[in-house]
Structure formats: structure tokens, C-alpha cells
Ligand binder design. Structure first.
Ligand code: ADP
Ligand code: MG
Length: 255
């Protein structure tokens, strides 16, 4: 029995001649939080976007609970890429939270959270609205359910985006620098919600520049540079006692 929730094997991504991911292998156990750190341009976002096939990898494999993401047997002993329609149920199992919140401006908070699950996840309406209330509660914004996004602070909007990702009941949540677009005084409330999710045993991959937060919350940390994994280990190992010079100098710059 394989206890890994997510397995990434030899992931590669190129844009034309530019090789962005040069063979990334990582895995995540159920309930674990993995933090991906590294300099700008090292391929962190591309890696997250390949995991749920928002970008199509040019090499390697991704498995969620032993189910191959994005590819199916082609009947001739090989694999073919899935269509968007075939991908939709797999994408619903992988929630994603971006730096920008991408809420629908013409919908109130409750609809923003519920409609994603109905449209993308195929959830029944009543269930989706029940989930929306529950998840808004989890991000401490139930009292804002009737508001429109423009009336909320950036931190509140990002918490709504997190509730929307949670409402689809994903097995895995990917966070791509969820606090980078926020004014400093709003970072804490979003990190607080992410911390609560980690503590309740959600399975998450978190790209962040908040190194102290990663040290605190992540079970494991991966340091990436130029499309490679340079170093990985427990959060304490990688952040407190990095073994590789490049990790050390990066941490020196950001920490
Ligand atoms: P990070 O998130 O670590 O800052 P990214 O994954 O965004 O890094 O980018 C890694 C590299 O890939 C960068 O050199 C970036 O310019 C390049 N890149 C990302 N997306 C594209 C794209 N759609 N087309 C061409 N190059 C891209
Ligand atoms: Mg990025």
C-alpha cells in the first residue's frame, strides 16, 4: 500500500528552448505540508501549475493516490494527454490558491465560494452552499457571506479564495505565494488560516517567501534553484542547518 498522496517523478517543463523544470521528483504523504522555496524564476510556480496540469509537463509523471494525473493509456502501450474534459475531475481534487485572488467581482462571497464547486466540481447546489458556509466559517468570514469582493480587504479576499479552494473537497491544496500580493499588515491573517489548515492535517504544497512561516508550519522543505531541487529535508534541517552553499546564500538573502 502506497501511503504517498502525491508523487512527482522526473517532472520536466520546457518553453521552447527554455528548460524550466529539469527533472523534479518529490512526494507528499497524506496530511503533510511541504514548502517549496527558492529564488524568483527557479520554477516553483511552474512546478505547481504542472502538478494540476494547468501547464502540460514536457516530461515525467504525476500521481495522486496512485492515479496518474493528466495522461491516459493510448491503447498502444503508451500514454496520451487527457482532454480538458477528462482532466476536470482530477483538477477538482487539487485545489489551488494563487497570489492574486481571482474572485468574481459581480458575485457575493457566498456565491464565489459555492459556484466553483458547482461548475468545476459538479457538486449539487444545496451541498455546495452548505459547504460554502462551512468553509467560510473555517476562514473566519461567515459574517461576510453577503458582501462583494471589492468591499473586502486583500487579506479577506485571499481567505475567500482559500474557502473556495476548500469547498471542492480537494485531496491536495497548492498555494502559490498566497501572501505576496498583500500589504504587510494583512499577511498574518492569511498565514493564520493556512496554519490552521496545516494543523488540521490537510495535505498542502506551499510556495512562499515567508521563510519563518515555512519553518514553523511545514513538515518538509524543498529548496529549488534553476529548475532543480537543490536540497530537501525536514523544515528544521533545510532552514536551520542547510547543507548546500546555494541554499545558505538564498536563506541569507531572504531571512
Ligand atoms: P518562480 O515561481 O520560481 O519564480 P516560475 O515557475 O514562474 O518561477 O518561472 C520559471 C522560469 O520559467 C522563468 O524563467 C520564467 O520566465 C519561465 N516561464 C514561466 N512561465 C513561462 C511561459 N508561459 N512561457 C515562457 N517562459 C515561462
Ligand atoms: Mg512563482
Amino acid at each position: 500500500m502506497n501511503q504517498h498522496l502525491l508523487r512527482v517523478e522526473g517532472l520536466q517543463k520546457s518553453y521552447g528552448p527554455l528548460q524550466v523544470l529539469k527533472g523534479i521528483s518529490l512526494d507528499l504523504r497524506k496530511g503533510e505540508t511541504l514548502s517549496l522555496i527558492g529564488p524568483s524564476g527557479s520554477g516553483k510556480s511552474t512546478c505547481l501549475r504542472c502538478i494540476n496540469f494547468l501547464e502540460r509537463p514536457t516530461g515525467g509523471s504525476i500521481f495522486l493516490e496512485d492515479e496518474r494525473i493528466g495522461q491516459l493509456p493510448d491503447g498502444r502501450g503508451g500514454l496520451r494527454l487527457m482532454s480538458d474534459r477528462e482532466l476536470a475531475p482530477q483538477r477538482a481534487e487539487i485545489g489551488m490558491v494563487f497570489q492574486g485572488f481571482y474572485l468574481w467581482p459581480h458575485l457575493n462571497v457566498r456565491d464565489n465560494v459555492a459556484l466553483g464547486s458547482i461548475r468545476a466540481g459538479g457538486m449539487a447546489r444545496a451541498e455546495a452552499y452548505e459547504m460554502a458556509e462551512e468553509m467560510l466559517d473555517k476562514v473566519h468570514l461567515r459574517h461576510k457571506a453577503d458582501e462583494y469582493p471589492e468591499r473586502l480587504s486583500g487579506g479577506q479576499q485571499q481567505r475567500v479564495a482559500i474557502a473556495r479552494a476548500l469547498a471542492q473537497r480537494p485531496k491536495l491544496i497548492l498555494f502559490d505565494e498566497p501572501t505576496s500580493a498583500l500589504d504587510p499588515e494583512l499577511v498574518g491573517e492569511v498565514l493564520g488560516v493556512i496554519r490552521e489548515l496545516a494543523e488540521e492535517g490537510r495535505s498542502m504544497v506551499l510556495v512562499t517567501h515567508e521563510i519563518r512561516f515555512a519553518r514553523d508550519v511545514a513538515d518538509r522543505v524543498i529548496f529549488m534553484d534553476q529548475g532543480h531541487i537543490v536540497e530537501q529535508g525536514s523544515a528544521a534541517e533545510v532552514i536551520d542547518t542547510p547543507r548546500v552553499d546555494r541554499t545558505r546564500s538564498f536563506l541569507g538573502q531572504v531571512g
